[in-house]
Write a protein that binds this ligand. Structure first.
Ligand code: SAH
Length: 225
């Protein structure tokens, strides 16, 4: 998968993409991530990328020219399955859509800033808008990182033990069951006996039961869906 990220702050991505699963996926050639500094595409002599909104009451908007030129340049070289824009009024990101996106070959993610972007870019360039939750961030970079991380970790080969991605919360419509590791007894707190029994069938049943109990208690909405 190739991911092109259009941003005013490319440096922000160095930390999150330089470690752990995303880094390993890049090293293995499973994913290619390119950041593009929007300012490089501005034809303004001061490399300006924002302007005051028409009839606005404060705050700036990202101007259409650098965004359109940057996307045009990228589209010259390949076709994109989706051109994403990070937006609080977009479709809420969840495991279902993340699973779908992991099949894509080429995507663009446009990160907004200031009060957002000129509406005409949303109309004519963007194919999908997504939100990471009902709160407002200062920019789309963190949202883009979340999309990339959640998508990349389920691409086959990104995680060593592929089963482990499939057994995470939401994959089967349930949250994950409680999990334990060594030691068996920690400060007098015991690991549930069943997990030490070696009876795989019983253990699977127990895990499923626990996942259902936990989902009912914490995320009842998932069961209704
Ligand atoms: N004026 C906008 C908010 C601008 S916040 C509004 O009221 O909807 C600045 C930028 O941060 C946005 O353009 C968007 O790209 C990003 N952003 C903010 N909150 C977000 C969220 N919950 N999910 C995804 N992106 C978000």
């Amino acid at each position: 998968m190739r991911i092109d990220i259009i941003t005013l702050f490319p440096e922000m991505f160095e930390g999150p993409f330089g470690h752990s699963i995303v880094k390993r996926a890049k090293d293995k050639g499973i994913v290619e991530i390119h950041t593009h500094n929007l300012r490089d595409y501005s034809t303004n002599k001061h490399k300006k990328v924002d302007d005051a909104p028409y009839a606005g009451k404060g705050g700036m908007l990202m101007t259409p020219q650098p965004i359109a030129d940057c996307i045009d340049a990228l589209k010259k070289d390949r076709e994109y399955d989706e051109i994403f824009y990070t937006s609080p009024d977009g479709e809420l990101l969840d495991q279902n859509v993340v699973n779908q996106y992991s099949d894509y070959r080429n995507i663009i993610i446009l990160c907004g800033h200031y009060k957002g972007i000129d509406e005409r870019i949303r109309e004519h360039y963007i194919t999908k808008e997504f939100s990471i939750g009902d709160y407002v961030l200062s920019g789309g970079e963190l949202a883009a990182m979340i999309l990339v991380d959640s998508v990349v970790r389920i691409i086959p080969g990104a995680i060593g033990d592929e089963m482990s991605a499939l057994s995470d919360s939401f994959q089967d419509g349930l949250v994950a069951p409680p999990a334990y590791t060594r030691p068996k007894n920690f400060r007098g707190w015991e690991v549930p006996e069943i997990l030490l029994s070696g009876n795989e069938k019983k253990i699977d049943e127990w895990k499923h039961e626990q996942a259902v109990i936990r989902t009912k208690a914490r995320r009842p909405g998932l069961l209704e869906d």
